[in-house]
Ligand binder design. Structure first.
Ligand code: PMP
Length: 417
C-alpha cells in the first residue's frame, strides 16, 4: 500500500478475517435489530480483547503513579508504562524513547508543536499546510500565526483529492518555516507522498510536521525513513483506548523547543527564582500521564504486530476495490476522493439526499458510518458540499459488509427516488 509500510515484525502468515473478528467482542452484536456493520473506523476504531485485558490487568495488578520509585506497585506501573513507550518507538522506528512523548492524542500533539515553534516565527514567515487538513492541523497553526504575525498558507488539492504538487512547488519558498501535512486524509483516504515533500522541505531548512492519525491504522510509518521532524497519532484510531496518543519528535528539536505545559514531572528543579526542565521525554509530560491508556496502546500495537501486515493490507485493499465496483449500483452516487493511492475510506454523496439522512437510514439497518464535514470544512468548501457520508473500513471488515452497505444504500436511494 505504501513504500514505507513494510512490516518490521515477524507476524503469522496469512490473514483470516473471521478469526480476527472474534478478537473484537463489540463487533458481534445487534444494533437496531440487525448485525452491527461498523464502518466508522476513521472516527474511532474498535479494540481487541488483548487491549481490554491489558488495561484491566494493569488496574487489577499494578496500578500506582509512575516515576515515583518508592514501592513495588509504582515500579510495576512504571515498567508497564515505559514498556509501552518502547513499543511505540519500535512501531514508528524512532531512534530513541527520548523522542516519544505521550499526549492526549493527535490534537494535543499538534498544539504542543505549534506552541513550541511560536518563538521561532515572526511576521512574514509562512506555515504551509494543505487544503485537505483536519481542523486539528489548521486551527492550532492559525492561533500561532495570530500570535506571531506568521501566515498560514494552504497547498491546493486536485479535484481527484490529491495534493497539487505544482501548488506545493510554487508555495514552498524562502519564507516557509513549517510544513504541516496529513499523511492520509480523513475525508478522501488519499495517501500523500510525504517522503518526497519532506525531502524538499528539509533541503530548505523547513520544519516538517506529519499528522499520522489516519495513516497508522492502515500502514506502519517509519519516521527515520520519512525524515520528518515530528509525527503524531491517536491511540483510539489505532485500535487502542481514547485519551492517549504519541508524538515523535527529532531529539535535537525537542531539546530546543520549550515545554508545552508546566507542572509536576516536567521539571528538574523548582525554586521561586528559577525552574529548570526535566530531560526528554518528560519535559513535555506535565502531570500524571494516562498510564493505563498508554499500556492499552502498547497492547494494540503488539496485537497488530502479531498479524500478517502484507496480507492485512491486501485484505483492506480488496474492501476498497469491492466498494469501488459497487458504486455504479447506486443511482446518483458520487465518490469524493479518487486518488490513486488511498486507504479504504470512501466519502460520497447521493444526488437528492442529505448526508445525515443517509447516516440515519443506514443506522436503522445496523450500519454505522459518519456524516458531516469531518472536521475538514475548507475541503468541504473546495468540493462545494456542506458535508459527505463516509464509510471508513478497518482490517476487521469483510467483503460481505461492503456488499451490505451497498444493498442498504440502494434501498435508501430507492426510498427517496
Ligand atoms: N488529524 C486527522 C487526519 C484526523 O482524522 C483526526 C481525527 N478525526 C485528528 C487529526 C484529530 O485526532 P484526535 O481527535 O484523536 O486528536
Amino acid at each position: 500500500m505504501n513504500d514505507l509500510s513494510m512490516a518490521r515484525t515477524a507476524p503469522k502468515a496469512g490473514f483470516d478475517v473471521n478469526a480476527v473478528r472474534r478478537d473484537f467482542p463489540i463487533l458481534s452484536q445487534q444494533v437496531n435489530g440487525k448485525p452491527l456493520v461498523y464502518l466508522d473506523n476513521g472516527a474511532s476504531a474498535q479494540k481487541p480483547l488483548t487491549v481490554l485485558d491489558a488495561m484491566d490487568r494493569y488496574y487489577r495488578e499494578m496500578h500506582s503513579n509512575v516515576h515515583r520509585g518508592a514501592h513495588t506497585l509504582g515500579d510495576r506501573a512504571t515498567t508497564a508504562f515505559e514498556g509501552a513507550r518502547e513499543t511505540v518507538r519500535a512501531f514508528l522506528n524512532a531512534g530513541s524513547t527520548e523522542e516519544i512523548i505521550w499526549t492526549r492524542g493527535t490534537t494535543e500533539a499538534i498544539n504542543l508543536i505549534a506552541n513550541g515553534l511560536a518563538a521561532r516565527l515572526k511576521p512574514g514567515d509562512e506555515i504551509l499546510l494543505s487544503h485537505m487538513e483536519h481542523h486539528a492541523n489548521i486551527v492550532p497553526w492559525q492561533m500561532i500565526a495570530e500570535r506571531t504575525g506568521a501566515t498560514v498558507i494552504p497547498i491546493q488539492v486536485t479535484p481527484a483529492g490529491e495534493l497539487d504538487l505544482d501548488s506545493f512547488n510554487s508555495l514552498l519558498g524562502e519564507k516557509t518555516r513549517v510544513l504541516a501535512l496529513t499523511h492520509v486524509s480523513n475525508v478522501l483516504g488519499t495517501i500523500n507522498p510525504v517522503a518526497s515533500l519532506i525531502k524538499q522541505a528539509k533541503a530548505r531548512g523547513v520544519i516538517t510536521v506529519i499528522d499520522g492519525a489516519q495513516a497508522v491504522p492502515h500502514f506502519q510509518p517509519d519516521v527515520q525513513a520519512l525524515g520528518c521532524d515530528f509525527y503524531m497519532f491517536s491511540a483510539h484510531k489505532l485500535f487502542g483506548p481514547t485519551g492517549v496518543g504519541a508524538l515523535y519528535g527529532r531529539k535535537q528539536l525537542l531539546e530546543e523547543i520549550p515545554p508545552y505545559q508546566g507542572g509536576g514531572e516536567m521539571i528538574e528543579r523548582v525554586t521561586f527564582d528559577r525552574t529548570t526542565w526535566n530531560v526528554l521525554p518528560y519535559k513535555f509530560e506535565a502531570g500524571t500521564p494516562p498510564i493505563a491508556e498508554a499500556v492499552g496502546l502498547g497492547a494494540a500495537i503488539e496485537y497488530l504486530g502479531g498479524l500478517d501486515r502484507a496480507a492485512m493490507e491486501a485484505s483492506e485493499e480488496a474492501l476498497l476495490t469491492r466498494a469501488n465496483e459497487l458504486v455504479e449500483t447506486v443511482p446518483g452516487m458520487q465518490v469524493i476522493g479518487t486518488a490513486k493511492h488511498k486507504v479504504p475510506v470512501m466519502s460520497f454523496k447521493i444526488e437528492g439526499l442529505h448526508p445525515s439522512d443517509i447516516g440515519t437510514l443506514l443506522d436503522q439497518q445496523g450500519i454505522a458510518i459518519r456524516t458531516g464535514h469531518h472536521c475538514a470544512m475548507p475541503l468541504m468548501d473546495f468540493y462545494g458540499v456542506p458535508g459527505t457520508a463516509r464509510a471508513s473500513f478497518a482490517f476487521y471488515n469483510t467483503i460481505a459488509e461492503v456488499e451490505q452497505l451497498f444493498t442498504a444504500l440502494q434501498k435508501v436511494q430507492r426510498l427517496f427516488a
